[in-house]
Design a protein around this ligand. Structure first.
Ligand code: 13P
Length: 256
């Protein structure tokens, strides 16, 4: 059975006091389930607070970005080895907000993916098309280009220790979620891109969906055969909502 993952992406939200309350709640309410990982991805300054707070719990943590370099004169950057030093498990790579707002290219994202793995972190490779690309019938081609950049740089075997997140840009923070059928079609396409090079590996690859996942729609999205959990933005800032989304993933896990 494929491993499932629910990861919260706090984006640029939080304060020490707010994080403390949120993490305490999550530690109380999230029940560990075999085969389901739960992670929170916090802003850099709070990672050590998150690491301390989650130590000994079933939750793990991740970062939202990393440098493609391991060390050196890169002012303002944070490297994979630095994250690993604190016990980081996951790191988002190529989130659409990095692609769009910071101009990150496929080549750079592929380099970050490699840097994450060099440091022993699990990259969560975020891919997804814009509304314009979807309307133009380019969804499959865009996903292929984004995945191919990493396949070319790191090889298919690298996907053995990676997660892919399908995050259609038009569904992020908009309240407009992909229908379960739209998510399933994109996930199946992503799996087939990896399967073309290694079918066994593709069958084991965790592919999560992100984009306006809420307690009310999580269950039906997670019940799609190629959707293995979620990458949750806004709803990960509300303890009850994130807990309910984790429960939906646990329920989908049990149904398999
Ligand atoms: P929302 O859940 O707020 O739409 O954000 C999704 C996302 O970008 C997670 O990385």
């Amino acid at each position: 059975m494929r491993r499932r993952l629910v990861a919260g992406n706090w984006k640029m939200h939080g304060s020490r006091a707010v994080n403390l309350a949120l993490l305490s709640s999550l530690k109380r309410s999230i029940v560990p389930i075999d085969g389901l990982g739960v992670a929170v991805c916090a802003p850099f300054p709070y990672l050590s607070q998150v690491a301390d707070s989650l130590r000994g719990s079933s939750l793990v943590w991740g970062a939202q970005d990393l440098s493609e370099h391991d060390v050196g004169p890169y002012t303002g950057e944070v490297s994979g080895p630095m994250l690993a030093d604190f016990g980081c498990a996951y790191v988002l790579v190529g989130h659409s907000e990095r692609r769009v707002l910071h101009g990150e290219t496929d080549r750079q994202i592929a380099a970050k993916f490699g840097a994450a793995q060099r440091a022993g972190l699990i990259p969560v490779l975020c891919v997804g098309e814009t509304l314009e690309q979807r309307d133009g019938g380019e969804m499959q081609a865009v996903l292929r280009r984004q995945v191919d950049a990493v396949l070319k740089a790191s090889g298919v075997a690298a996907f053995r220790r990676a997660v892919v997140a399908y995050e259609p840009v038009w569904a992020i923070g908009t309240g407009r979620t992909a229908t379960p059928a739209q998510a399933q079609a994109a996930h199946l396409h992503l799996r087939s891109l990896v399967a073309a090079q290694d079918a066994g590996l593709a069958a084991e690859l965790t592919i999560v969906y992100g984009g306006s996942v809420k307690p009310g729609n999580a269950k039906e999205i997670f019940s799609m055969p190629d959707v293995d959990g979620g990458l949750i933005g806004g709803a990960s800032l509300v303890a009850e909502d994130f807990t309910a989304i984790c429960s939906a993933a646990a329920a989908a896990q049990k149904q398999e």
